[in-house]
Design a protein. Structure first.
Length: 74
């Protein structure tokens, strides 16, 4: 099984929900988006930039995490 994907930093064209904290990613806000296949499942998610950094620092992106369960970092 081959995993693939790309993380980009688009400007939101509409409101979205952050997969990490559950907070609103407002229209016009630059954020992190991942599209691809991870551990055999297709994924397309978005996070605030600071939430993505927090997830990377905690190794949660590699180990998995429960959506909307974390607070948004200051």
């Amino acid at each position: 099984m081959t995993d693939f994907g790309e993380t980009i930093n688009p400007t939101a064209r509409k409101d979205h929900k952050c997969e990490w904290c559950g907070g609103k990613i407002a229209k016009g806000e630059v954020h992190c988006q991942f599209k691809g296949k991870w551990q055999g499942e297709f994924q397309n998610w978005r996070m605030h930039d600071e939430c993505y950094e927090n997830a990377e620092d905690s190794d949660s992106l590699q180990d998995g995490f429960t959506m909307y369960e974390h607070g948004r970092p200051e």
